[in-house]
Design a protein around this ligand. Sequence first.
Ligand code: ADP
Length: 188
Amino acid sequence: MKRLIFLGPPGAGKGTQAQLLAASLNIPHISTGDILRAAIANSTPLGAKAQSYMDRGELVPDELILDLIQERLSQPDTQRGWILDGFPRNVSQASFLTDLLAQLNQTCDYAIDLEVPDEVLIERLLLRGRKDDNRETISRRLEVYREETAPVIGFYKDRSALKSINGNRHLDEVAQSLQDLLQTPSLT
Ligand code: ADP
C-alpha cells in the first residue's frame, strides 16, 4: 500500500512518472490537471469556472479544487493507495490535505519532488504543445510554481516526508529511481 504525492514544476515529468508508477502499483493516479481538463472537455460547470485560470497559467481557486479532492479521496478505489499529481499546489492545499487525511485515517508515505532545471522545463513544454504550453503561459506557470508551489516542498521537508529525485534524465532512469526509492527497507 502506497500513498504518494508528486511535486515538481510544470514539465518535470510528474504526470508521466505518476502514471507509470500507479500502473505498476495498481493504485489510482489522481491528477487534478487531468480532472480539470476533462471537466473543460465535458463542458461542466467546474470546467467553465476553471478554464480562464488554466489558459492564463494561474492556479484555479482553492474552492474549486478542495471539494474535488475530498470527494475523490473518499472513493473506494483509494483504499488500495493513491498517487496525487498536481495537488497540493500551494501551502493552504497542503494543510487541507493533512487534515483531510487525518479525517480519513490515512497518512502519506512520501512527497516526491522531481527536480529539473528551468531551461529544460521550457524546452520540454514547448515540445509537448498542450493548449497552455505557449511561451507566455509557460513563463507565468513557472512564476506561479516558484511563488506558490515551491513552498510546498518545505512543508513536506519539515514533516520529514520529502524525497528528491533528479528528473533531468531519461524517462526510464527516473522510473527506475522511483522503483528503487519505494523498495528501500525503511518503507516496508
Ligand atoms: P503542469 O504541472 O504541467 O502545469 P497540470 O496538469 O498539473 O500541468 O496543471 C495544469 C493547470 O491546471 C495549472 O496551471 C492550474 O491552472 C490548474 N491546476 C491543476 N491542479 C491545480 C491545483 N491543485 N490547484 C490549482 N490549480 C490547479
